[in-house]
Design a protein around this ligand. Structure first.
Ligand code: SF4
Length: 347
């Protein structure tokens, strides 16, 4: 059982992170923010899949203006991502952003004052999001210590202005530096931590890097919200986040599937069946364990530990509840009968 670090609670629109709240899943739109129609469509698709907080890039005043329109049509908190220009942060807050993410490394401290004052007035939290790529001066190797030093400097500045409505991230592309940086900052302050590995890469490499770094931190109780950064459709980021959290028993809103990889002993199409069941049971928002197994080698052992299970036979399968055989059905009826059983019990 993971003992989570005690952090302050921060409210982002209708969602709270930190404290005793569940770890919130975030993503970032890949659309142009000024294209309100496309941005809203992407957010709605992400929401449907389980995204709980969405971030959009605000590179210019028109993007800041678009926040108003976007906010009217979505249902999750909206975070405005600002670099270089403090006026864009101020305009984003005025237009209804639920949180601001700034990278203080690229905004001079004297300009931060106006953002902080505006955030105070509107009760909007700020994420101090430092990335290895924006640390200055440029050098060959940015270390965890560089990230921590930068974040500490910024925290002190924010606190000197009596602003503590803060979330912190310090992302590195190197997972060892990334983990070290988060561990160090978690000992220094109790602000909620937003986990992520920056510029992690395309699907497989990106997922691997994120899973290693983020799981390592989460297993040590560190982390209050996360974004799995992938050079992919952001839908994949949500799937990846849910998979990582589920594997650590930290995701309570979806079933956890145990699926055998299949081999020469399999006589039913386990892979197809598990894909269909994952999709058809996605409306069940509970962390129930479901084992889908190809044969009697490991089947009985896994099914006994799951709430619902399938063990493949010869073009047929046994359907189980709490390890007890409920019925044996031919292959073409497995999906239908299994869904019937799960839905009858999980209503
Ligand atoms: S459970 Fe059976 S079918 Fe699945 S991988 Fe193991 S031996 Fe093969």
């Amino acid at each position: 059982m993971i003992q989570r670090r005690k952090t302050r609670e921060v409210k982002i629109g209708g969602i709270k992170i930190g404290g005793k709240n569940e770890i919130a899943i975030q993503s970032m739109c890949s659309t142009k923010t000024v294209d309100v129609k496309k941005t809203v469509a992407q957010i709605l698709a992400l929401e449907k899949l389980g995204c709980e907080i969405i971030r959009i890039g605000i590179p210019d005043p028109d993007s800041a203006k678009a926040i108003k329109q976007i906010k009217k049509r979505i249902h999750i908190p909206l975070v405005a991502d600002i670099h270089f220009d403090p006026n864009l942060a101020v305009a984003s807050i005025e237009n209804g952003a639920d949180k601001i993410r700034i990278n203080p490394s690229n905004i001079p401290q004297k300009s931060l004052v106006q953002i902080i004052e505006k955030a105070k007035k509107f009760n909007v939290p700020i994420r101090i999001g430092v990335n290895a790529g924006s640390i200055r001066p440029l050098k060959e190797k940015i270390t965890a210590e560089d990230l921590v030093k930068e974040v500490k400097k910024q925290i002190k500045f924010f606190e000197s202005l009596n602003f503590r409505n803060i979330v912190i991230s310090l992302k590195h592309t190197d997972i060892f530096e990334n983990i070290k940086a988060y561990e160090q900052i978690s000992k220094f302050c109790d602000y909620p931590l937003h986990l992520g590995v920056t510029e992690a890469g395309t699907l497989f490499q990106g997922f691997a890097k994120n899973a290693i770094a983020i799981s390592n931190l989460l297993m040590n109780g560190i982390g209050d919200t996360l974004r799995i950064s992938l050079a992919e459709d952001p839908i994949e980021e949500i799937k990846a986040a849910k998979a990582i959290l589920s594997s650590l028993n930290l995701y309570k809103k979806a079933p956890l599937f145990i699926v055998c990889p299949t081999c020469g002993r399999t006589n039913i199409d386990i892979i197809k069946i598990s894909h269909i069941l994952e999709e058809k049971l996605s409306h069940i928002k509970k962390p129930i364990k479901i084992a889908i197994m190809g044969c009697a080698v490991n089947g009985p052992g896994e099914v006994a530990q799951a709430k619902y299970g399938i063990i493949g036979g010869n073009k047929s399968a046994g359907i189980f509840n709490h390890g007890k055989l409920i019925k044996t059905v031919p292959e073409k009826e497995i999906v239908k009968e299994f869904i019937k059983l799960v839905e009858a019990n999980e209503k």
